[in-house]
Design a protein around this ligand. Structure first.
Ligand SMILES: Cc1cc2nc3c(=O)[nH]c(=O)nc-3n(C[C@H](O)[C@H](O)[C@H](O)COP(=O)(O)OP(=O)(O)OC[C@H]3O[C@@H](n4cnc5c(N)ncnc54)[C@H](O)[C@@H]3O)c2cc1C
Length: 208
């Protein structure tokens, strides 16, 4: 479980997103997950075989299934070794991510089409420090958009759009957002998600 060190969030979010780091992810240690099915109002106990997990994605649909409990498989080890691995993971994160700046984490999933992480692709197109309004591509990690103070959803959507368009031009790959939209968006803003991702059942998005 040490890979979770530094990943903000809840157990439910980690399962739905198949959160992971350092080569490990939630599906690898999950034994069972208990959900409340909002269609039947029944409690269901699922095993990883009942769920399709992918890279930062799962088939648990939060509009129909609420994660209320989970059982994880853990390896036994000494407290000192566990703490040492956590510290190591934390050090890597502090060195490679803008953890002091407000952000939503990685903006895009790593594209399966290229053998390169999204951050490296974005760095190669010179995206670091691109700024729209108060939203800026981090100078530490090009897959993070940070809020310089009062960034709004329009700033972030425009920046995401610019990052997608430039990557499409240079690599012929459309980066798919890892962040999930929540709220009311203009159609022109919503398109950055709907174009790239057909798994929107996992999101809460209203267009006006
Ligand atoms: C600085 C930073 C670093 C990050 N680093 C990583 C990283 O290294 N690896 C990684 O995988 N992620 C990373 N993330 C992303 C994020 O932390 C993870 O995706 C995390 O698992 C989200 O958990 P959450 O509880 O905040 O879920 P939310 O973001 O609130 O929700 C995610 C999804 O899960 C659903 N959901 C949440 N709780 C439940 C529930 N109980 N039942 C049903 N559905 C639910 C929501 O509806 C939504 O669709 C990072 C984020 C930040 C800000």
């Amino acid at each position: 479980m040490e890979f979770y060190e530094g990943i903000p969030g809840t157990v439910g979010g980690a399962i739905v997103m198949n959160a992971g780091a350092h080569g490990c992810n939630t599906s690898q240690i999950l034994e069972t997950v208990t959900v409340l099915n909002l269609k039947t109002w029944k409690i269901e106990i699922l095993t990883p075989k009942d769920i399709n997990f992918g890279y930062r994605i799962s088939t648990i649909n939060p509009t129909e299934q609420i994660v209320i409990c989970a059982k994880f498989r853990m390896n036994t080890d000494t407290e000192a070794s566990i703490r040492s691995r956590m510290k190591e993971n934390n050090t890597i994160r502090r060195r490679t991510q803008p953890i002091k700046d407000p952000s939503a984490g990685c903006t895009f999933r790593n594209p399966l089409e290229l053998n390169l992480p999204a951050g490296k692709i974005l760095e190669s197109i010179g995206a670091k420090k691109w700024t729209i309004g108060d939203a800026q591509v981090s100078s530490v990690h090009a897959n993070f958009i940070i809020n310089l103070g009062s960034a709004n959803s329009q700033d972030v959507c425009k920046l995401i759009s610019k990052m997608q368009e430039t990557t499409l031009e240079k690599y012929n790959v459309l980066l798919k957002p890892e962040v999930k939209p929540l709220g009311i968006f203009d159609k022109s803003e919503a398109i950055i998600w709907t174009n790239a991702d057909q798994t929107l059942s996992n999101s809460f998005i209203i267009t006006k």
